[in-house]
Design a protein around this ligand. Structure first.
Ligand SMILES: [Zn+2]
Ligand SMILES: [Zn+2]
Length: 141
């Protein structure tokens, strides 16, 4: 009789220690996972906030002047000049639509600078919205 009680008590003690062990593991896992999730969420939130702060398409458009070569440039950039677009390295030709940055007065083909701006925007904030030639910020006029 006594012997049986000792065995049962030992069994209960063994089960209890296993339960405590499982509980501790659970608590540690729970806290570390929730800590990781919290950190991840705040990083994501900060990233979203940063994205919202980037210049709007409207602001970018306003930072440049649209010009048609041979029409609005007074003949200074057309076929007879050596002017090249710094993005595609091709010479400007009459009839091509271009954009001139207001801040630094650099000339680019419209699709070239639009592609550049798109690339800057998709890498924002690690890449800022700078002029391909002089790195001046496009919105600083
Ligand atoms: Zn170009
Ligand atoms: Zn520039």
């Amino acid at each position: 009789m006594n012997h049986n009680i000792v065995v049962i008590l030992r069994l209960i003690a063994a089960l209890a220690s296993v339960a405590i062990l499982y509980f501790l593991v659970f608590v540690i896992l729970y806290y570390s996972v929730s800590a990781i999730i919290t950190r991840w969420e705040s990083a994501l939130l900060a990233f979203e906030e940063e994205k919202k702060r980037q210049p709007s398409e409207e602001q970018v458009k306003e930072s440049m002047i649209e010009i048609v070569i041979g029409k609005d440039d007074g003949g200074s950039k057309g076929e007879n000049s050596d002017s090249k677009c710094a993005v595609c390295l091709a010479k400007f030709k009459n009839g091509e639509s271009c954009r001139v940055t207001k801040g630094c007065s650099h000339w680019f083909h419209e699709p070239c600078i639009d592609g550049w701006v798109d690339a800057c925007r998709s890498d924002y904030p690690s890449r800022d919205l700078n002029c391909p030639i002089c790195r001046r910020h496009l919105l600083v006029v």
